[in-house]
Design a protein around this ligand. Structure first.
Ligand SMILES: Cc1cc2nc3c(=O)[nH]c(=O)nc-3n(C[C@H](O)[C@H](O)[C@H](O)COP(=O)(O)OP(=O)(O)OC[C@H]3O[C@@H](n4cnc5c(N)ncnc54)[C@H](O)[C@@H]3O)c2cc1C
Length: 388
């Protein structure tokens, strides 16, 4: 990620009161987005992310690619940081395969949508955000946390500041790791995102191949949520054997796959902070909640937090201080409902496909077929998932 030079803090010229209205701790996508949104209100924002210690190993190649929905796209477009089409590939169709013939297809055209979602190259988006912050006079990158009326904690799932504020974070591990990598494909992806639930009888695992490189691209992002031991085995395989395993698991859906990146992996968990706000602070993004990536909704939720929090701060009455607890509680109430619904949906789907008894397996695949032809129900679910 490109960083603008770190400027000294606090600013000179305002010795008696804090130089900043808001300190954002954590310069991930959620932290940067919040900084740019709040700067529109001419608030003075400090954005803090710790620098790598001297002598630290260079950052590994960033292979992340995320599915972002229409609401996230609109938000990022309003900040002029949405990447070009080559780095934000529209998904026109989605195919979800069960383990015993179940199939659900979602089609953008059938829903009168341009796309169901967009597969975004994360390094490209982060670069756009960093550049935008560099040109935003109301945001300063600082080299340590600074005093401010409001502290926004956007430090991701491993947040340390969250505990400093006395917030408990309950996390339940899925016993899986999300493996990410990129492949060149023999056949064009045709803007179709494909997902296999419990592939090759590996109950509860999910393999997704997401289109990259624009509408005519011949590249995909792999996200394979694999059981811990299986993930370790996959990670250790030579490149060609790893590619062969992926081709087998997806039934050669895109012809020959050639690994074109490093492999990265993350432990998967469902987690929630017991409170998201307190006097003078609020949590947003993964610092407040994480969900299983099978529905590709974690960052969409985080960007929803950013949009809601910025809107509530923008609309506050003039007498309300930025750190006012009543004000911040409005944000927590507004976001918890959406987050709970998404947690329940993704965890429910995960649990359903982690079940091994044969009757359950038949039933879930039958349920997929039924859902695929369910008309209004399918339309309702699709429109919620795309952020409408
Ligand atoms: C395998 C996988 C696939 C996924 N796919 C999708 C998808 O398709 N769609 C989707 O919407 N979501 C997806 N997600 C979820 C998504 O990755 C997260 O929800 C998102 O990255 C959260 O962003 P964030 O800014 O809140 O946190 P992070 O991205 O974790 O950023 C936190 C930032 O804070 C910094 N930081 C950490 N500690 C401190 C500290 N003490 N002080 C200051 N700064 C600190 C970090 O260096 C980092 O820059 C996926 C997740 C995984 C694991």
């Amino acid at each position: 990620m490109v960083h603008s030079p770190v400027r000294p803090s606090p600013r000179s010229g305002a010795p008696s009161s804090p130089a900043f209205d808001i300190c954002i701790r954590g310069g991930g996508i959620v932290g940067h987005t919040l900084a740019l949104l709040l700067a529109r209100d001419r608030l003075r924002i400090a954005l803090y992310t710790p620098k790598a210690p001297p002598g630290a190993a260079p950052r590994p190649e960033d292979v992340r690619a995320y599915a972002l929905n229409g609401a996230s796209r609109e938000l990022l477009q309003s900040l002029r940081v949405w990447p070009d089409e080559a780095q934000a590939t529209p998904v026109r169709r989605m195919e979800v395969f069960g383990d015993e013939g179940g199939l659900v297809q979602f089609d953008a055209e059938a829903q009168n949508l341009d796309a169901l979602n967009w597969i975004v190259d994360v390094p490209a988006l982060e670069q756009r955000l960093a550049q935008a912050v560099q040109y935003q006079a109301h945001v300063e990158l600082v080299d340590e946390p600074v005093p401010a009326a409001l502290t926004l904690v956007c430090e991701g799932r491993e947040s340390a500041t969250r505990a400093e504020f006395g917030v408990r974070y309950s996390a339940a591990a899925y016993g899986q790791r999300g493996i990410a990598a990129r492949f060149k494909t023999e056949l064009p992806h045709r803007m179709v995102a494909r997902q296999w639930l419990s592939p090759q009888d590996r109950q509860g695992e999910v393999l997704a191949l997401l289109p990259l490189g624009g509408p005519a691209g011949q590249e995909v992002a792999l996200v394979w949520s694999a059981a811990d031991a299986h993930a370790q085995e996959l990670q250790a395989l030579p490149d060609d054997e790893f590619a062969a395993r992926v081709m087998q698991a997806c039934g050669h859906a895109l012809g020959t796959l050639t690994l074109s990146s490093a492999r990265a992996q993350w432990p998967l968990q469902m987690a929630l902070a017991d409170r998201w706000v307190g006097p003078g602070f609020a949590l947003a993004g993964d610092a407040a909640h994480t969900v299983h990536p099978l529905a590709g909704q974690g960052l969409n939720l985080g960007l929803g937090d950013a949009a809601t929090l910025a809107a509530i701060i923008h609309a506050r009455a003039p007498h309300r201080a930025l750190g006012d607890l009543q004000l911040l509680r409005r944000y927590e109430r507004a976001r918890k409902l959406d987050t709970h619904a998404m947690r329940a949906a993704t965890d429910g789907l995960f649990q359903l496909f982690a079940q091994t008894p044969a009757p359950v397996r038949s039933l879930r695949n039958w349920g997929m077929q039924l859902f695929n032809h369910s008309g209004p129900l399918k339309q309702w679910v699709t429109r919620r998932a795309v952020g409408l």
